[in-house]
Design a protein around this ligand. Sequence first.
Ligand code: ZN
Ligand code: ZN
Length: 305
Amino acid sequence: MSDLVSTERIFANEAVDVMDGSVQVNWIKLVWVAGHGLGALAAVVIYPSFAAFVTFLLLTSVTICAGHSVGMHRLLIHRSFNTPKWVEYVLVWLGTLVGMAGPFGMIRAHDMRDWFQRQTICPDHPAHRAQAVKDAFWQICCDYKMRHPPQFQIEHTVAHDPVYHWIERTWMAQQLILVLPLYAVGGIGLVLWGVCLRVFVSLVGHWAIGHYAHRSGHQGWQIDGLPVQGYNLPRWAWISFGESWHSNHHAFPHSARLGVEAGQVDPGYWFVLALARLGLARNIQSPTSQPPRKGLVSAGGILKE
Ligand SMILES: [Zn+2]
Ligand SMILES: [Zn+2]
């Protein structure tokens, strides 16, 4: 197809047809989420505890904010700021603890979805077009497999990094680093709250933001000519640490700040600013750091200074 768009890590040739594919169950993902779901149920029903609830909240906040939103998304995937290598490792490791994938798997999942959404037509799976329950099953337990996928290449510095290779190979087992201290302090109940319930809530929460942020909501900007648009979900800003400003992210994918308009709460960006204050983050990209994306049109959005 001649109108295919390539991105930094994805290279499409004539053989690639985005619509020539199907949704297939990923049994490993299915068992992983079902197992954590059962553990989550056991946590709440058999081991209710206020201390365990606080532990769950703390661990979920740290892994989603510092790990998933800042480490995986804004740093590893978009390089929206720079940080010393050891800080990057810690943040990406925290992001792995969210339980979605290792660093390579996360880059691939993010970039493939973004690539699909930049084509002139986009299949239902990466477009989040199915109704909620079906889309949740699709996103959490399935993959969209193309007959002739495009070439996917992670940059050399990441692809050949031995630490990332180790985390990628062992991303599920990385939970054990948390399991041991949790078990020592609070037994099986605390493990179920701090690992199973947290991973289950994180997976479902990630799906929910992705689903609703591609359907409807507020838009400060639009991307002309694309079949899938991003939308802002203001009410979800706190709980997603700023990731729910998804219309903004489609408009300015390179920006470390996702809440780009006045009054848009963005805790993930505040965390990046805190790192900068400590001398651990620099070269922080703003919406205007790079030329506007092709097709970007204002829908009334005004960038905060
Ligand atoms: Zn999107
Ligand atoms: Zn992104």
